[in-house]
Design a protein around this ligand. Structure first.
Ligand code: HEC
Length: 212
């Protein structure tokens, strides 16, 4: 009886280890999960399906349980993001703050409406889902930092305008793998729309820069 118990004590952990060894590794689990997501979009429009395909940078950022981003990986992502940045043909990186004001809380564009992807001439930016902007607006998200008083705090120098424009066009040029969507690089917003949002953040007349 003692012998049997002893054998069982040895065998159980061995069986457990063998079970673990046959469990799929992180890479194949991630691939499997990505495939499941892609398959779930089988009948929807191509534009939506394309969103499930990761580009090289997104792939690195989505590594499951992987090690921290290395310096070399960060450098590649930042360079790719920098190369993606395009500017308005007018060369003006700050546009009309009043148009920007409409855009920042407009969530329309590329939603699924009646089973079809909504197609509009221009998408909304919906920055307020993640950022406080107008200090009087209580309905704002906090996934990103508050941008209330942005222009008052930073001024409107050419460097600030350029930084803000590039930051919105492709946030990963500054903060690789951040949760800020790459709104210009993905083609979701046009360079002109981004310039209008920049104006909304920095123009002294914008509600962003008025006291609460
Ligand atoms: C899904 C959430 C999300 C959305 C939508 C979003 N952001 Fe962000 N944003 C973030 C996060 C998170 C950060 C902080 C990480 C980083 O710096 O990338 C950030 C950072 C920023 C910064 C840098 C702040 C600083 O202190 O320099 C600016 C500027 C900014 N966002 C502007 C915008 C604007 C304008 C929009 C809309 C066009 C927008 N964001 C949409 C999440 C978001």
């Amino acid at each position: 009886m003692m012998k049997f118990k002893f054998a069982l004590m040895l065998l159980l952990p061995m069986a457990w280890i063998a079970g673990c060894a046959s469990f799929p590794d992180a890479d194949s689990t991630a691939k499997h999960a990505e495939q499941l997501v892609a398959d779930a979009y089988v009948s929807t429009a191509l534009t939506l399906k394309q969103r499930t395909l990761q580009d090289a940078s997104q792939h690195v950022c989505s590594a499951v349980g992987g090690p921290k981003l290395s310096q070399a990986q960060s450098a590649i992502i930042v360079k790719g993001a920098r190369d993606s940045i395009q500017y308005p043909t007018s060369g003006k990186l700050s546009g009309n703050w009043k148009i920007g004001a409409e855009l920042v809380s407009d969530g329309r564009g590329q939603r699924i409406v009646n089973g079809k992807v909504e197609e509009l001439k221009a998408n909304g930016a919906l920055c307020t889902n993640c950022h406080a902007m107008d200090p009087k607006e209580v309905n704002a998200g906090n996934v990103g930092p508050s941008l209330a008083g942005y222009g008052t705090q930073r001024g409107n120098s050419e460097a600030v305008v350029r930084y803000t424009y590039e930051r919105i066009f492709n946030a990963w040029a500054f903060m690789p793998c951040s949760n800020m969507p790459r709104l210009g690089a993905s083609g979701f917003l046009t360079p002109e729309q981004i310039a209008d949002v920049v104006a909304y953040l920095i123009d002294p007349e914008s509600p962003v820069n008025k006291p609460s």
